[in-house]
Design a binder for this molecule. Structure first.
Ligand code: FAD
Length: 503
């Protein structure tokens, strides 16, 4: 009998195993079971011919400290790199077939400066007028779990939703703004409205406060390179993080190509009876504790026999399919000016891509100097069938769209597509309550734990944080605490969330 079995070796499962080993030292008795032959789950970097292609995440936020702290702890401090500074607008928006710079000072979907929005050709005059009225809009008092779409429409107007917030959300959550829960995806905006009433005024005050705090902090102690950027990555790609975790784990405690099929109770768990984990091969493993670091629908399947009600609730967390296509071209063959980090595509444009990130502009070390690397995002809740096509078809869609939008007719010198079937959990309206219900139910099974992107945030930092908390609970004994507070999903946008600000 193992003390702990961790199912799934994405960043959540690897972090759980790492923190368990850190807490228990040589005594640590865990087994990490992974269905595929890859360690890192959605984190996957391909390096070759001077290019560095990210199939899944390309960066993580440093405001949420867990990923940054883990990198430092693992000795990756000198590998951290921030996004390049862009002297021009960092993000563009496709509008009526043309790329318009995102107004300066946009922070996620809300402006922190009004003048650039007023000057922007992206937003019409009626749209600007409606945005200006935001400071008079009252607080939400009627809907405790408002959708993101309703919030943006109510506060900033329909045009801001259609042209900025909607496509940004499609990039981040691959979801429908009218279904996504504001509280579960961007609790920060719920708090800003509660505190300042006006989002615009709240954002301006927040920005001012942050600027004076960071001026004070950097005067006291300058931040090391790579730590100050909102988006941070690793010189050799995000895969360096799971690789570093794996290098600290005992190799005999990791089993690849080992899908878990089901789980049943072994005896009375209150008396340390534990569980029997059955593998797809038919073999079984006994464990006192089991951590599910798998997508919620996989966890549901494994738990079906043990607790059908819990399974039913886990299946209510809906997932959508997405895909990324990376294309590299010789710089001399790309005639359009690729300044900034990329562009987002509103649905009203009727295109087959959601966004395009200019990877070689965004971060250093992604492509040789004479080449450019672009990454196209396809799929999401409104176009799952597009994302589920085979790799060749995905590459063809990306090439056609770039030809029509950017006029790139050259043959790519590199083309790689990654399909992410049912990969992005949707934090829809009711997500917070559903997760609380799921956690109440799992607490009926001592020794079972849920980690991973489905519950309290899908970003890399949140997955690591949850892994650390799970390991601590196992070490000290007892269930994970219920979190009544807001959940958060991952924030990094495919292109950029913040246009550079001159102030
Ligand atoms: C295209 C894309 C871009 C993203 N960009 C960013 C970004 O820039 N920044 C950011 O912070 N986040 C980003 N995210 C989100 C983030 O990458 C994920 O939420 C996070 O990596 C999920 O980690 P996880 O460990 O919870 O799950 P996963 O990485 O999905 O790992 C789960 C593991 O469980 C395994 N498994 C499944 N079934 C079984 C079974 N039956 N038995 C055993 N093992 C099983 C899987 O093979 C997998 O390895 C992005 C996601 C995608 C898809």
């Amino acid at each position: 009998m193992h003390r702990t079995v961790v199912i799934g070796a994405g960043i959540a499962g690897l972090s759980t195993a790492y923190f368990l080993q850190k807490l228990e030292g040589k005594e640590a008795d865990y087994l990490l079971l992974e269905s595929s032959g890859h360690l890192g789950g959605k984190i996957t970097t391909h390096a070759g011919d001077g290019f560095l292609v990210e199939g899944g995440p390309d960066s993580f936020l440093t405001q949420k400290r867990a990923a940054l702290d883990l990198c430092l702890e693992l000795g990756l401090g000198d590998q951290l790199i921030g996004s390049n500074q862009s002297s021009t607008a960092s993000t563009y928006v496709l509008n009526k077939g043309r790329l318009h710079p995102m107004p300066e000072g946009m922070m996620l979907m809300a402006p922190t400066m009004m003048l650039p929005v007023l000057r922007s050709r992206l937003i019409s005059w009626p749209g600007k007028l409606r945005l200006g009225l935001e400071i008079f809009v009252g607080r939400n008092t009627s809907d405790p779990d408002e959708s993101l779409g309703s919030f943006v429409r109510r506060r900033l107007g329909s045009e801001m939703l259609e042209k900025i917030a909607g496509p940004l959300m499609a990039g981040i959550h691959s979801g429908d703004p009218d279904s996504l829960s504001l509280r579960s995806t961007f609790p920060m905006f719920v708090e800003l409205e509660a505190k300042h009433r006006s989002l615009v005024l709240g954002m301006m005050r927040r920005k001012k406060a942050q600027a004076s705090a960071s001026a004070g902090a950097s005067a006291a102690k300058p931040a090391p390179a790579g730590h100050t950027s909102m988006f941070t990555t690793l010189r050799g790609g995000v895969q360096q993080l799971p690789d570093a975790l794996v290098s600290r784990l005992a190799s005999e405690r990791i089993r690849l190509n080992c899908p878990v099929h089901s789980l049943i109770r072994k005896g009375d768990p209150a008396r340390g009876g534990g569980y029997t984990v059955t593998l797809a091969s038919g073999a079984s493993v006994a464990a006192e504790n089991v951590v599910f670091a798998t997508p919620a629908y996989v966890t549901a399947e494994i738990l079906e026999r043990l607790d059908p009600v819990l399974s039913y609730n886990l299946r209510k967390i809906h997932y959508v399919s997405t895909a990324t296509v990376s294309l590299a071209f010789r710089r001399s063959e790309v005639t359009c000016a690729l300044s900034g980090f990329g562009f987002i595509v509103p649905r009203s444009e009727g295109r087959r891509i959601n966004a395009c990130s200019w990877s070689s502009n965004k971060f250093g070390h992604r492509a040789p100097a004479d080449s450019v690397l672009l990454r196209v995002f396809i799929g999401g809740v409104f176009a799952e069938d597009l994302a589920e096509q085979d790799e060749d078809a995905l590459i063809e869609v990306a090439r056609q769209e770039l030809r029509e939008i950017l006029g790139i007719t050259a043959t790519p010198i590199l083309a790689r597509a990654y399909r992410w079937r049912k990969s992005v959990p949707q934090y829809n309206i009711g997500h917070g309550v559903l997760v609380q219900e799921i956690e109440r139910e799992i607490a009926n099974h001592p020794g079972l734990y849920l980690a991973g992107a489905a519950y309290h945030g899908s970003g890399i930092p949140e997955c690591i944080q949850r892994g650390a908390e799970t390991a601590a609970k196992i070490h000290h004994g007892g269930p994970l605490p219920h979190r009544a507070g807001p959940q958060t999903a991952h924030d990094p946008s495919p292109v950029a969330l913040e246009a550079p600000s001159s102030s």
